[in-house]
Design a protein around this ligand. Structure first.
Ligand SMILES: C=CC1=C(C)c2cc3[nH]c(cc4nc(cc5[nH]c(cc1n2)c(C)c5CCC(=O)O)C(CCC(=O)O)=C4C)c(C)c3C=C
Ligand SMILES: [Fe+2]
Ligand SMILES: [Fe+2]
Length: 347
């Protein structure tokens, strides 16, 4: 039976107070995030990281001093290994973009495993140049350095994957059942935002976030007007895509509707869910007079989501090496010139 290495990608998060600043330096040094020339980027990354570190540190202090992203991702990796037991000798590896374990650490472990096949599976259902493309490019450099020669298949994105949509819809339905005791409910599909200029340059993330949200809303039986897509986690001086989750919370306060908040672009818990959604936005909702605020949990290691990931891996192995957008599915609005998904497929 084949030896299959499955590499799971996520952003990474500081594992303690001492890691907050270097993690932020890594993040702001990424040309996919900070789109300015080399030396200026080097300088700006340090200036912004130093300033942001104070805010970020205060947030991580609220959840024990560091990010739970790695342990939560490891739990997903273990669950996925079990779900793929039928496929042969499968081992999962975790590669984080801005903190340990880095792609280089994962690549060394993959090389030692001596796989016949490698499947690259970003834990970002929706493709963004800032996340998916950055992680896969980082992996390519690390894999070349580790001399991994086994054929690999990259899964670009899965905004409409059945297991993802079903898992989200189940969680949304449970959250609505809780919130509706307070009256009419509005569902906010809240995704990490992006600067507008990144979307204008052809990043399909916003379009894919809308696709996932519409599919989950339909499966949960929501009517038009009962749900909205909005964007959280804005950082820096640029204009970001909207509406912002804060604006939608204020509107819900004016309309006196209860809120269910669904983190639609995150598949596990970390600072953006546990601090921003659970503490900061809950307080905003309270102050705005929102009658009830229920946050839907992330899909995490739940069976439906993990079975969905396992289906993606099986499909990728069956397809063979290359780039594997899910068959027959539109992945972008198609209204832009430089499509980063198509560029990935061609490279
Ligand atoms: C959907 C996933 C994500 C996108 C798209 C994304 C873009 C993006 N992020 C920043 C800046 C920061 N992000 C931070 C934390 C963070 N971001 C994501 C995911 C996406 N980012 C996750 C999962 C996390 C949590 C990490 C953890 O705590 O484990 C942070 C650090 C925290 C903070 O200071 O708020 C920054 C900074 C930019 C600028 C950007 C697109 C250009
Ligand atoms: Fe982010
Ligand atoms: Fe495209």
């Amino acid at each position: 039976m084949a030896r299959v290495a499955v590499v799971l990608f996520n952003l990474g998060g500081p594992d303690g107070p001492a890691a907050v600043k270097p993690f932020l330096v890594n993040l702001f040094s990424d040309p996919a995030i900070m789109r300015v020339p080399g030396v200026l980027r080097w300088l700006l990354a340090r200036v912004i990281a130093r300033r942001r570190a104070l805010i970020a540190q205060a947030n991580y202090d609220l959840i024990g001093g560091g990010s739970p992203l790695l342990p939560n991702t490891m739990a997903q990796a273990d669950a996925l290994t079990q779900a793929l037991a039928d496929l042969g000798t499968v081992r999962t590896f975790v590669a984080m973009r801005y903190w340990r374990p880095f792609a280089a650490d994962a690549a060394r472990a993959v090389a030692d495993f001596k796989p016949d096949r490698v499947v690259l599976l970003p834990l970002y259902p929706q493709f963004s140049t800032t996340t998916t493309a950055s992680s896969l490019a980082d992996w390519k450099r690390a894999a070349d350095r580790a001399r991994i020669t086994a054929p690999s298949t990259s899964i670009c994105c899965y905004p409409l994957q059945h297991g993802l949509v079903a898992a989200e819809a189940e969680l949304v339905a449970a959250a609505i059942a809780e919130a509706c005791a307070a009256g009419p409910v509005r569902v906010l599909f809240s995704a990490h935002g992006l600067p507008e200029k990144i979307v204008a340059a052809g990043d399909p993330y916003q379009w894919q976030v809308e696709q996932t949200s519409a599919a989950v809303a339909a499966r949960a039986g929501l009517a038009d007007g009962e749900w909205v897509v909005c964007y959280q986690s804005r950082v820096g001086p640029l204009r970001w895509i909207g509406p912002s989750t804060e604006e939608e919370i204020a509107r819900a306060g004016r309309d006196k509707v209860a809120l269910v908040v669904v983190p639609i672009a995150f598949v596990s818990e970390h600072s953006e869910t546990l601090v921003e959604l659970d503490i900061e936005y809950r307080e905003l909702a309270h102050k705005a007079g929102v009658p009830a605020y229920v946050r839907s949990p992330t899909v995490g290691s739940g069976d439906r989501f993990i079975d969905g990931l396992a289906d993606l891996v099986r499909d990728a192995v069956a397809r063979g090496p290359g780039w594997a957008p899910p068959g027959g599915q539109r992945l972008c609005p198609g209204a832009h010139g430089d499509c980063p998904i198509r560029a990935g497929a061609a490279s």
